[in-house]
Ligand binder design. Structure first.
Ligand SMILES: [Zn+2]
Length: 261
């Protein structure tokens, strides 16, 4: 079962052709999509979307590290998130994406760390897995995870670290998964290729992060869930196994991690 473990289909980018985009995903065998709402307005748009596709679209909701200050009062926002999660059991299956992003400078690192740690605690309180975003911040991120989040259910979304950092993440607990996105398909992304080779399939997920991170040969165009297939095919090629095995095992991993049927 091929599953796109990370998409942003609620965004304006799909205002014109959202239904057709979802249909194209079904056509190539995508069986489930985890849509990620990154701030309060997009929690609403994500909920609206998921309610239209029950059993097909599930949600992760959280405060993205670069969107914390756009949430108004972030603490009040997180209180609202608790209510949303409680009102939508089985639909909101993860908290995130949360994490650290030192590439974008919208939010100071210290503020990012505070809300990352708060969301780690909140996920524990709500019994939800974490979807983690990390850009140019792996040492700080690993320090926080080792201190606060061992033996937790974690998806390392669009993993961009080294093979050694992937091993460190996996060592955090038996239910930590490394998610591979479109950049693995880029011809010269040698480190991404190596990560896909060394991370065991039992610890791997596939995702698009659409509309971003469009795989080769569609780079520069808007991304969409149907293209998660290109990611799975590239992983199969790199590991020397069949596409079906990649789709089956990564799909199984998503369902186990997020408790999706
Ligand atoms: Zn994302």
């Amino acid at each position: 079962m091929l599953i796109d473990a990370h998409a942003h289909l609620d965004l304006e980018d799909y205002a014109e052709d959202r239904a057709e985009t979802i249909e194209r995903a079904r056509q190539v065998g995508v069986a489930r999509i985890l849509n990620v709402g990154v701030d309060p307005p997009r929690w609403n748009s994500s909920l609206e979307l998921a309610r239209r596709y029950p059993g097909f679209i599930y949600l992760a909701l959280g405060l993205h590290p670069t969107d914390i200050l756009r949430a108004g009062d972030p603490d009040a926002a997180l209180d609202r998130l608790i209510t949303i999660v409680k009102e939508n059991p089985g639909l909101v299956v993860a908290l995130g994406e949360t994490g650290l992003d030192y590439y974008h400078e919208d939010v100071p690192p210290e503020t990012q760390k505070v809300y990352f740690e708060k969301q780690i605690d909140l996920a524990a309180r709500l019994g939800l897995p974490l979807v983690i975003h990390c850009r140019d911040a792996m040492p700080d991120l690993l320090e926080i995870l080792k201190r606060k989040a061992t033996n937790r259910k974690i998806m390392m979304h669009c993993f961009t670290g080294t093979p050694a950092e992937a091993a460190e993440c996996i060592a955090l607990g038996p239910e930590v998964f490394i998610s591979i996105a479109g950049p693995v398909t880029f011809t010269k992304a040698f480190e991404r290729h190596e990560v896909a080779r060394v991370v065991p399939l039992e610890r791997m997920l596939v995702e698009t992060d659409c509309p971003f991170l469009t795989p080769h040969p569609f780079r520069g165009k808007r991304n969409e869930p149907a293209r998660v297939r290109l990611v799975a095919e590239k992983i199969a090629e790199l590991k020397g196994i069949s596409y079906e095995d990649v789709a089956e095992q990564t799909g199984e991993n998503v369902r186990r991690l997020f408790g999706i049927v």
